[in-house]
Design a protein around this ligand. Sequence first.
Ligand SMILES: O=P(O)(O)O[C@H]1O[C@H](CO)[C@@H](O)[C@H]1O
Ligand SMILES: O=c1cc[nH]c(=O)[nH]1
Length: 236
Amino acid sequence: MATPHIACERGDIAPLVIMPGDPKRAERIARDHMEGVKLVSDVRGIGAWTGTFDGVPVTAMASGMGVPSLSIYATELYSQFGVERICRVGTCGGISSKVKVKDVIVAVSAHTNSSVATIDVPGVSLSLAASYEMLRGAVDQARRAGRTVHVGPVYTSDFFYSARTDIIPALDRLGTLGVEMEAAGLYACAAAHGKEALAVLTVSDHLKDGSGDLTADERETMFADSLQAAVAALKA
Ligand SMILES: O=P(O)(O)O[C@H]1O[C@H](CO)[C@@H](O)[C@H]1O
Ligand SMILES: O=c1cc[nH]c(=O)[nH]1
């Protein structure tokens, strides 16, 4: 029962999915952190790796970059493959002075300039929010492990390079912690299918100070804390 973007049978994908943006991060999660992994789909180079975390079946699969790409995979996973929970393990740019590079943000909700917030119910801008159970699982795990996690709204932008940098201070004043490109799309997809989702983000750079920004290699590999929180969220 392949779909246009996932070439495997329904049972090949676990009900719990770890979803970074980067396909190389997905492969690294599968290879270095999961047991008994099998590559079950590889359409367009987006590998879907199914295995276990501490005996619990999980699939690691990338979303690609941006709401349109993520929405394709999340829609097919929720609607055709019996997926119940997706946890994004992503990177973001810091907006708030409260967050520093390498910190972990758990996105309680996502503001967005994407049409996903406004297209489904005319005249209404939807509130795109995380699963409470998943969020609690991630935050409890991080606090038990003695790690600081920031919990709050993020901004999901359709643009990595935007001319509208003038809007960032207003988002900062409203408590927005960071900027990335998929969380709002994931929360919208989960709501549309009556499923659950969460985004756990490592701060890879800061909009107020670029001096400590992570390199491309570091963005691929520095996810240990956010991965542990994400696995706890999936199992919660
Ligand atoms: O590192 P990932 O998870 O891809 O997330 C962030 O990085 C990409 C931009 O460089 C966008 O996908 C953004 O959301
Ligand atoms: O979308 C993103 C991701 C990381 N850093 C940014 O500034 N934007």
